[in-house]
Design a protein around this ligand. Structure first.
Ligand code: NAD
Length: 254
């Protein structure tokens, strides 16, 4: 695919975590079509294999089972990719979970699980990638945050707290890693139709409510997210760091 050099990701070695999820799979395809050398990671090897098989022969990605909450497994997975490919150019973390309930009813398990996957796991990944990228003199780290990094929706006590903390963690990491040429950013997208939001969006009333809060009057499409990920990984995004880029049709303006 012919590409503007500002948005070129061809040949980049990129880890995608949460790669078989609704957004992760689409980001993986988008990067794969543009010639990135991908290593896809998620909880189930079988699903990863299915996804990899859907890529054309010359772009078939590698896969590896990874629970991002397993500190040692994260360190090993990231180090192994760098060793095998001789470098690690970028890490895109699209893993996440979504548990909602009013604070008075939110279970401790749901709160703690949300923190583990949406915050502690991203910390393990950032740390592992930062060590390798700092030594190599550069790299790009992108997490999927959410409009919930800013917006305080009722029932989002766990989810919004995890995403707000993630958006702050990337600011600190970005500041520390800037002198090493490593950028750390997040995408803050509005609601997108994926398995994560299936229950929410299949209820007509709640769907209408979600749409009514987005000034542009539509959901976020995967393409909206690709453009931002490409920008943050490619040469054009080299000077952007510590940002949560809101791709939200104006949702965070409301
Ligand atoms: N869909 C939306 O509307 C929306 C909006 C804003 C932000 N986000 C964020 O975008 C990201 C992707 O969401 P999605 O809609 O694709 O969700 P999804 O449920 O379709 O996919 C999430 C993926 O994360 C993986 N995962 C969960 N726990 C994991 C763990 N411990 N280790 C490794 N992988 C794990 C799951 O297996 C799944 O493949 C999430 O961080 C989510 O919070 C989604």
């Amino acid at each position: 695919m012919q590409c503007d050099p500002l948005f070129e990701v061809k040949g980049m070695v990129v880890i995608v975590t949460g790669a078989t999820g609704g957004i992760g799979a689409q980001i993986s395809r988008c990067l794969g079509m543009r010639g990135a050398r991908l290593v896809l990671m998620d909880l189930e090897q079988e699903t990863l294999d299915c996804l990899a098989d859907s890529f054309p022969g010359d772009a078939k990605p590698q896969t590896r089972r990874l629970d991002i909450c397993d500190e040692e497994a994260v360190d090993n997975a990231v180090r192994d990719v760098a060793k095998k490919h001789g470098r690690l150019d970028a890490l895109v973390n699209a893993a996440g979970i979504y548990r909602v309930a009013p604070i008075a009813e939110l279970s401790s398990a749901d709160f703690l699980d949300t923190m583990a996957v949406n915050l502690t796991g991203p910390f393990f990944l950032t740390r592992a990638a930062a060590r390798i990228m700092s030594e190599a003199g550069g790299g790009r780290i992108v997490h999927l945050a959410s409009v919930s990094s800013l917006v305080s929706n009722p029932e989002y006590g766990a989810y919004a707290t995890s995403k707000a903390a993630l958006s702050q963690m990337i600011r600190v990491a970005a500041r520390e890693l800037a002198p090493k040429g490593v950028t750390v950013n997040a995408i803050g997208q509005a609601v997108t139709e994926t398995p994560l939001t299936q229950k929410l969006l299949s209820d007509p009333e709640r769907r209408a409510d979600v749409l009514s809060q987005i000034p542009m009057g539509r959901l976020c499409e995967p393409e909206d997210i690709f453009a931002a990920v490409l920008f943050l990984l490619a040469p054009g995004g080299a000077f952007v760091t510590g940002q949560t880029l809101y791709i939200d049709g104006g949702r965070t303006l409301v």
